[in-house]
Design a protein around this ligand. Structure first.
Ligand code: DCP
Ligand code: MG
Ligand code: MG
Length: 545
C-alpha cells in the first residue's frame, strides 16, 4: 500500500457550527441579556459563554470560580437541562435538510452539508458570481484544472444564503467552512469566528495544514496517536507530511499510516453520511466516590428517569439496557470501565413510549442492579467514579422488529457525559490524567470524551493490542444476537439466549416471563425454519413454562 496525492476535487462540502450554541439558545429566550457577558453553567463548570463574555478571556469548560475572577459581572445561566438544546439542534438539522439530503449531524451544533448537486445545478444555470463570499484561503486566480474554484465559489454563495436564512428563520448565527472534503471544511470553518465564513481552495491546503502546527489539531488524531508519533519525532503536521511512508508504516501499520499521510495533506474521502437516529441513547454521571449499594441504586434511579425523557423524545421502544461502571482501584491507582447489557421486556414501556409506571421503573431497576452486581462484587469494598446507563437496541413503535436490528453494530453512540445532574456529591471533575485508565470490558463501553480518542487511535490500539496486550481481553461474553447465529454456543438452561444467566436468575418471575416472551417473539421463526437456532429457542421456551 503506497500513499499518493489526490488531484481532483469534485465535491463541495460545507461545515456549519453554531456560535456559542447553548448561550444562543438561552439568549433567544432572554434577548435582553444579549449584550451582556453570559456563561452557561453545568455544575461548577462554565461549558460555554457568549462572545461578550469571551472578550474577558473566558474559555469553554472553565471553572465557574476562574470565570468569575476574569469577569465578576458574568451572568451565569444553568445549562443542566439539555432539552432545549436538543430541540434547537434538531430544528437546525431539519433546516439544513431543505438545502441538501446529504446532511450529517456531528454533535449538537455541527452539521456537514454535501452541496455538490446543488452546486452542479447552479453551475448549469450559469448565473452565479465568479467570486468567493467571505474569507478565502488559497489563491483564487491560480485556478485548479478540475474546475473546483468555480464550484467552491458557488458553495460559498450557498453557505452565505444558508447562514442568512438560518439567522432569519431560527435566530442563530453560525460559522461556515467551505471546501472539497469534510476534514478541510471543518478546519476551515473555525478560522474566522464568530458569524463568519471561510473557503479553502486546494492550492492553499498544504500550507493551511502546516499552519495547524501540532498533529493533534487535526480531527482524527487523538492523544494516543499523538504520543505514538512522538516516539519517531513526528510532532507537527509538517513532520507528518515529511516523514517517509515506510517509516510511518513500520510504526502504525499500513492502514493507519495511509490515513495519517492523507490527513497531513488534508485528504479525506469520507462521504457526508445522512444522519439517522442513534443506535444508543445513554447518560453517564461521574463523581469522586460511591461505595454504597444504596447510593448506586439511587444514582441509577435518577439516571433512568433522565434517560426516559430522552427515550420519550426519540419515540422508539428500547430493547436492551447497558450498564457502565468505572471502578477505581486505590492500590493500583487505576480506573477501569466495564459494561454489561441485558434485554429488557418491551412491554415495560407504556404508551407514549418513555412514560414508565412505578412498577415498570422498579422492574427495570432490578435488571440494572442485576447487571451492576455482575460487574461489582458488593461483598467487598468498592470505589466507583462513574455510572452510566444506556439503551442500545430499539424497536420502532409499529412493532416491526427483526433479528437484523439486534445485530446492528454501534454506529452513533449518543452518550452524554453528565456534568448536568443536580446532585450534591457529583463533581464534574476531569479524570485525573495521572491515573492510567483501562477498560477491560467491551470496546463499545468507551463513551467518555477524555482523553481524546479517535478512530485512528483505535486502529492503532487494536494493532498494538493484538501484538502485546492479549491478556487484557475481557472474559468472553454472551453478546446479544451472537447465540442466534452461532448455534454451537452452549445455552444456559432456563434462560433466554440473549440474557446473561446470572442477571436472569436475579429477576422477578414476571420479568423473566416477559423476557422469555420477547425472546420468543424476536427469535422464534415460523416452523419452516429448520435451524439449530429455532431448536434452541423452543427448548428455552418449553423449560420456562
Ligand atoms: N459543550 C459542552 N461541553 C464541552 C464542549 C461543548 O457541553 N466540552 C456544549 C456547549 C456548547 C455546545 O456544546 O455550546 C457546542 O460546542 P462548541 O464546541 O461548538 O462550542 P460553542 O458552540 O459554545 O462555541 P463556538 O462559538 O466556539 O462554536
Ligand atoms: Mg459551536
Ligand atoms: Mg460545535
Amino acid at each position: 500500500m503506497e500513499w499518493t496525492k489526490f488531484v481532483d476535487h469534485p465535491r463541495t462540502i460545507i461545515h456549519i457550527d453554531i456560535d456559542c450554541f447553548y448561550a444562543q439558545v438561552e439568549l433567544l429566550k432572554q434577548p435582553n441579556l444579549a449584550s451582556k457577558p453570559v456563561g452557561i453553567k453545568q455544575k461548577n463548570i462554565v461549558v460555554t459563554s457568549n462572545y461578550e463574555a469571551r472578550k474577558y478571556g473566558i474559555k469553554k469548560c472553565e471553572l465557574v470560580s476562574e470565570a468569575l475572577k476574569k469577569c465578576p459581572e458574568l451572568i451565569l445561566l444553568s445549562g443542566e437541562d439539555l432539552h432545549d438544546y436538543r430541540q434547537a439542534s434538531n430544528q437546525i438539522h431539519s433546516f439544513f435538510l431543505s438545502y441538501s439530503s446529504k446532511v450529517e449531524k456531528l454533535g449538537l451544533d455541527e452539521n456537514y452539508l454535501d452541496v455538490t448537486d446543488l452546486v452542479r445545478d447552479r453551475e448549469r444555470m450559469n448565473n452565479e458570481k465568479d467570486e468567493i463570499n467571505g474569507h478565502v484561503i488559497g489563491e483564487y486566480s491560480n485556478k485548479c484544472a478540475c474546475g473546483c474554484h468555480e464550484r467552491l465559489s458557488i458553495g460559498s454563495q450557498i453557505a452565505f444564503e444558508i447562514r442568512t436564512k438560518l439567522k432569519n428563520d431560527l435566530g442563530f448565527t453560525c460559522c461556515a467552512g467551505v471546501s472539497y472534503n469534510k476534514l478541510l471544511a471543518k478546519l476551515t470553518g473555525s478560522v474566522h469566528k464568530p458569524n463568519q465564513q471561510t473557503t479553502l481552495l486546494p492550492n492553499g491546503t498544504a500550507q493551511f495544514m502546516i499552519n495547524l502546527n501540532l498533529v493533534d489539531r487535526i480531527p482524527g488524531i487523538g492523544t494516543k496517536t499523538k504520543h505514538l508519533l512522538g516516539t519517531i519525532d513526528v510532532r507537527t503536521v509538517k513532520d507528518l507530511q515529511d516523514i517517509e511512508f515506510t517509516k510511518l508504516k513500520k510504526l502504525t501499520g499500513p492502514e493507519a499510516a495511509l490515513n495519517l499521510k492523507n490527513l497531513s495533506q488534508g485528504v479525506d474521502n469520507a462521504p457526508v453520511k445522512p444522519s439517522s437516529k442513534p443506535l444508543t441513547i445513554g447518560l453517564e454521571d461521574g463523581f469522586r466516590k460511591i461505595s454504597l449499594e444504596s447510593d448506586v441504586k439511587e444514582k441509577f434511579r435518577i439516571l433512568l428517569l433522565r434517560l426516559m425523557t430522552l427515550v420519550e423524545e426519540d419515540g422508539r421502544i428500547p430493547m436492551t439496557v447497558k450498564v457502565t461502571v468505572r471502578k477505581h482501584d486505590n492500590e493500583r491507582r487505576i480506573s477501569q470501565k466495564e459494561t454489561k447489557q441485558s434485554p429488557v421486556p418491551t412491554c415495560l414501556f407504556g404508551q407514549p413510549v418513555g412514560k414508565l409506571s412505578e412498577e415498570s421503573a422498579n422492574k427495570l431497576l432490578n435488571i440494572i442492579m442485576g447487571l451492576f452486581h455482575r460487574i461489582v462484587n458488593i461483598s467487598k469494598p468498592f470505589h466507583l467514579t462513574l455510572l452510566g446507563l444506556a439503551f442500545t437496541k430499539f424497536q420502532e413503535k409499529n412493532g416491526n422488529r427483526s433479528i437484523a436490528s439486534f445485530l446492528l453494530r454501534k454506529r452513533d453512540l449518543s452518550v452524554q457525559s453528565l456534568t448536568s445532574f443536580v446532585s450534591n456529591e457529583s463533581i464534574a471533575e476531569p479524570v485525573d490524567p495521572n491515573i492510567p485508565c483501562c477498560s477491560k470490558s467491551e470496546s463499545e463501553s468507551e463513551a467518555e470524551p477524555s482523553p481524546k480518542k479517535t478512530k485512528l487511535d483505535v486502529v492503532i490500539k487494536k494493532r498494538k493490542f493484538s501484538e502485546d496486550d492479549a491478556d487484557m481481553c475481557s472474559p468472553s461474553k454472551l453478546k446479544v444476537g451472537e447465540l442466534s447465529l452461532n448455534g454451537d454456543s452452549e445455552l444456559p438452561k432456563e434462560c433466554p439466549g440473549n440474557v446473561d444467566p446470572d442477571v436472569f436468575r436475579e429477576l422477578p418471575h414476571d420479568v423473566q416471563q416477559e423476557l422469555i416472551r420477547d425472546w420468543k417473539l424476536t427469535y422464534v421463526k415460523p416452523k419452516t425454519q429448520n435451524s439449530k437456532q429455532s431448536l434452541i429457542l423452543n427448548y428455552c421456551v418449553a423449560t420456562n413454562k
